[in-house]
Design a protein. Sequence first.
Length: 150
Amino acid sequence: MEFNINGKPVQSDADAAMPLLWVLRDVLNMTGTKFGCGVAACGACTVHVDGQPVRSCVFPASAASGKKIRTIESLGTPDKPHALQLAWIAEQVPQCGYCQSGMLMAAAALLERKPKPTDADIDEAMTNICRCGTYQRVRAAIHRAAGESA
């Protein structure tokens, strides 16, 4: 299978039925995307496929073949963090941090669709589960990033 991951062509001989999460983590050694529940409920594994957020733990690799995949590794750099990453730090969003790569990818997809989201937009888009319960901080960080990215 051929993929475009974070702007680079990548080939893999992984089983076509393997979930994209495991191709990324186990085959390609891209460990920023996390395993949470395995049933697409928590969102820790969220990546973008052709610009849409998907739960990669249940997304077959064959369905991603030939498509543009974006993972947390491409969201920003140490020298130039993404506005969401800066906002996450400023609002002190992460506690344990486990769900954060998926949260950030879901938030990035939201801001790409709606650069100035309302609280309702955020509530509708952010269906990821955070066991630490930092949802109010997530909302504040998304609003902050929307202001900084304008």
